[in-house]
Write a protein that binds this ligand. Structure first.
Ligand code: HEM
Length: 210
């Protein structure tokens, strides 16, 4: 990739990370959070999303194709970018490196997660509901791996939003970038709490439902 073309590819990569992939991630975490209200509430919320008309086209158009594009270009960027946080050692450089590392963790996590919750359903008729997630997450090692996956996703999106705002010229001054760091820090904490609470609710429902 060179010159002007690279500029447009990177812009498209950046945009797709927020719309639709980032929006989908937020929606997904919020729907999962219904698990904290019990099995029935979760099944109802996820059933509503799963029964939307043309759901397969929505899934491909809004999730898989944009995510695949973002991931493929993301791998290229991750392995060609200049990661050097040790020598330069400042906060933003670390964020830049962790952005790439979390992207690679996400690639493995999403592939595994989609296999378990979508592909098996399509090929082997496995039913996707609260019980299925409860079974998957009842293995403590899997629960820990899921929490690592959730943390990677919430970090990647919130830090990604910070760089998105810079890339699109929305936060240009050092002051606006400092404010944006705090706002995205809060976004990270809130999304992580939502995501981790949801995962725990499948295996420790007593923590949430009174
Ligand atoms: C939940 C799924 C994902 C979401 C919501 C997401 C979102 C984002 C966002 C918003 C950005 C910031 C764009 C910018 O800098 O302007 C970004 C950057 C990035 N993403 Fe993702 N992404 C996801 C999955 C992945 C995957 C699977 C990879 C594969 C390795 C990846 C690799 C990258 C890389 C390397 C960057 C940095 C780009 C740069 O600094 O120019 N992402 N992502």
């Amino acid at each position: 990739m060179a010159g002007k073309n690279e500029f447009y590819w990177r812009r498209l990569h950046s945009l797709l990370g927020v719309i639709p992939v980032g929006l989908f991630l937020v929606q997904h975490l919020v729907i999962n959070h219904f698990a904290t209200q019990g099995e029935e509430a979760f099944n109802k919320a996820s059933g509503f999303m799963g029964n939307l008309p043309f759901v397969i086209f929505l899934e491909f158009g809004v999730i898989y194709i944009p995510l695949l594009f973002h991931a493929i270009l993301g791998i290229y960027i991750a392995f060609t970018a200049n990661n050097n946080p040790i020598r330069l050692g400042w906060f933003r450089n670390w964020m830049f490196t962790i952005q790439r590392i979390s992207g690679i963790i996400l690639l493995a996590f999403i592939a595994w997660h989609v296999w378990e919750t979508r592909i098996q359903k399509a090929f082997f008729g496995v039913e996707v509901n609260f019980k299925m997630m409860e079974e998957i997450l009842s293995n403590p090692v899997v629960l820990i791996l899921y929490i690592i996956g959730i943390l990677s996703a919430t970090f990647h999106l919130s830090n990604g939003l910070w760089s998105f705002l810079v890339r699109w010229g929305i936060t240009q001054s050092p002051k606006s970038q400092r404010i944006s760091s705090w706002v995205m820090g809060i976004v990270f904490v809130v999304l992580t709490i939502i995501g981790v609470r949801a995962a725990l609710a499948f295996v420790y429902p007593d923590l949430f439902v009174g």
